[in-house]
Design a protein around this ligand. Structure first.
Ligand SMILES: Cc1ncc(COP(=O)(O)O)c(C=O)c1O
Length: 499
């Protein structure tokens, strides 16, 4: 019997295994029109398609049981780092489903959507206030798309100045992995900047890189702040000054803004542009891949290049302006993910300025609480307070007992917790990246920390428990590469479980 382990999940049956010939899930009323013999014209379709034959109740149980196999934020703690997988209050979903919003047609003439434009403008205004930028565009459809849009604007800006020799983008090795990809996608050469011993951008390496090589010049620095080490970059103002002195622009990856809303503003730190992930910080659920909004903030010198339509105020009316001569054009269809803006608007208005700042403070407090509770068993990668996520290392368990961070994470499943992110950032060996977010109670955080402390003890005393974990689930360790590359979820040929 496993200590503190959640109840074992019963092995679900396939719907085909529940099938019995002749069982039926719905009673169709007697036909009052001439009947057509489908069987005669199409053959026995039911037989050919091997459709399961089950009662209504069996069908209901099948899907209800399947839904219990799924794990999400509403079933338990979800400490995934880097991508703020936080709880999104239900009121945001409610407003996004209001028929007046949900039934808008993207092709509707702009004169018929003044309320929708007001929402877009309202979100822009609030994000402007939160980030300290002069303009906000809501069009990009993901964080990485926001990064890429910012770099497209930087390119347009440099081209306008005639500075086409700026072909290099600097990316610290503590940045999110999408940053170098976005830079490469825009045709830039990416140069990595190392992190120093304290977890900050290495200033000496940055100075050298800003000098340029072989006649090339730096177009931009992309800095994730707080970094993927969960640390605030203390030299940010100096770094921005250095890059500006070399003629470059500074982009802030703001996907970690959950650590800072209402407490400090990237626009005041010296950044020229940034992206936010509304689907992470501003309350749209994004598990499963969508929808996304990588809103971007711009200082006034980049604003003329922003994508159209530009949502702006003309007197008392909000308009969608396509006539922006320097615009890079559209980066998405219509106005982006409109219902995400409805959710963000609801979220921001429901909490207000002060409570939004509290959300960030609690997110930071919770991460530091977990860090402090675990520091004796899983030391932090850098011995200083963290922001919204803490980065810990299980290196000693690998060296002494052959237990890896992954084994520990898999064992957490046996204790009823979703594992945190492992092995990211890449620069920390046997890495745990834990982001508790603001909504978790002290009791939940304690239960999670207790489980990890117990698991560290097991690593020393019963390592096989960890090698075999998880042992409480329908499946144990999967070949994750094969699960992605050779995914086969088709049930075929049928093995009908007839009695
Ligand atoms: C710090 C950071 N930057 C950028 C991204 C990219 O965002 P998206 O997944 O929406 O493209 C993420 C999330 O994956 C992130 O955590």
């Amino acid at each position: 019997m496993l200590m503190g382990v959640s109840k074992l999940v019963p092995e679900p049956q396939l719907i085909f295994e529940r099938s019995r010939p002749g069982r039926i899930g719905c009673n169709v009323p007697k036909c009052d029109t001439p009947e057509v013999d489908l069987q005669a014209s199409l053959g026995d379709l039911r037989e050919e398609l091997h459709l399961p034959e089950v009662s209504e109740l069996e069908l209901l149980r099948h899907f209800t049981n399947l839904s219990h196999v799924n794990y999400g934020i509403e079933s338990g703690f979800y400490p995934l780092g880097s991508c703020t997988m936080k709880y999104n209050p239900k009121v945001n979903e409610l407003t996004a489903r209001f028929p007046g919003f949900a039934n808008l047609h993207p092709m509707q003439p702009v004169e018929t959507i003044p309320g929708a434009l007001e929402i877009l403008y309202g979100v822009q205004e609030m994000l402007q206030e939160i980030t300290g930028f002069d303009a906000i565009t809501l069009q990009p459809l993901a964080g990485a798309h926001g990064e890429m849009t910012c770099l497209m604007l930087v390119k347009a800006y440099h081209e306008k100045l005639g500075e086409t020799q700026r072909t290099v983008v600097l990316v610290p090795d503590s940045a999110h992995g999408t940053n170098p990809a976005s830079a490469a996608r825009c045709g830039y050469t990416v140069k990595s900047i190392p992190t120093d011993k304290e977890g900050n951008t290495d200033i000496a390496a940055l100075t050298a890189a800003l000098d340029g090589e072989n006649g090339t010049k730096v177009a931009a620095l992309m800095l994730t702040n707080p970094s993927t080490l969960g640390l605030f970059e203390p030299n940010i103002e100096k770094i921005c000054e250095m890059v500006h002195a070399a003629g470059g622009q500074v982009f802030c990856d703001g996907a970690n803004m959950n650590a800072m809303v209402g407490t400090t503003r990237p626009g005041d730190h010296g950044f020229d542009c940034m992206h936010l992930n509304l689907h992470k910080t501003f309350s749209t659920p994004h598990g499963g891949g969508g929808p996304g909004c990588g809103a971007i903030g711009l200082k006034s010198h980049l604003a003329p290049y922003q994508p159209v339509p530009v949502i702006r105020k003309e007197g008392n009316t909000v308009v969608a302006d396509e006539a922006y001569p320097l615009s890079i054009g559209r980066v998405s269809a219509f106005y982006g993910q409109f219902l995400m803006e409805v959710r963000a608007y609801t979220y921001l208005r429901a909490y207000g300025k002060e409570a939004m700042a509290d959300i960030s403070r609690y997110a930071v407090l919770n991460a530091n609480y977990v860090r402090a509770r675990l520091k004796d068993v899983l030391p932090p990668a850098h011995d200083r307070p963290c922001m919204h996520e803490c980065i810990l290392t299980a290196e000693k368990y690998k060296k002494q007992f052959g237990i890896r961070a992954l084994d520990m994470s898999k064992r957490l499943i046996d204790y009823g917790f979703h594992p945190p992110t492992n092995y990211f950032p890449l620069i920390v060996p046997e890495c745990f990246m834990i982001e508790p977010t603001e909504t978790e109670t002290k009791e939940t955080l304690d239960a999670f920390c207790d489980a990890l402390i117990q698991i560290c003890h097991e690593a020393e005393t019963q390592p096989d428990l960890l090698h075999d974990a998880p042992s409480s689930q329908i499946v144990g360790r999967l070949d994750e590469t094969a699960a992605v590359k050779n995914l086969n979820v088709r049930w075929w040929p049928p093995v009908l479980a007839h009695a």
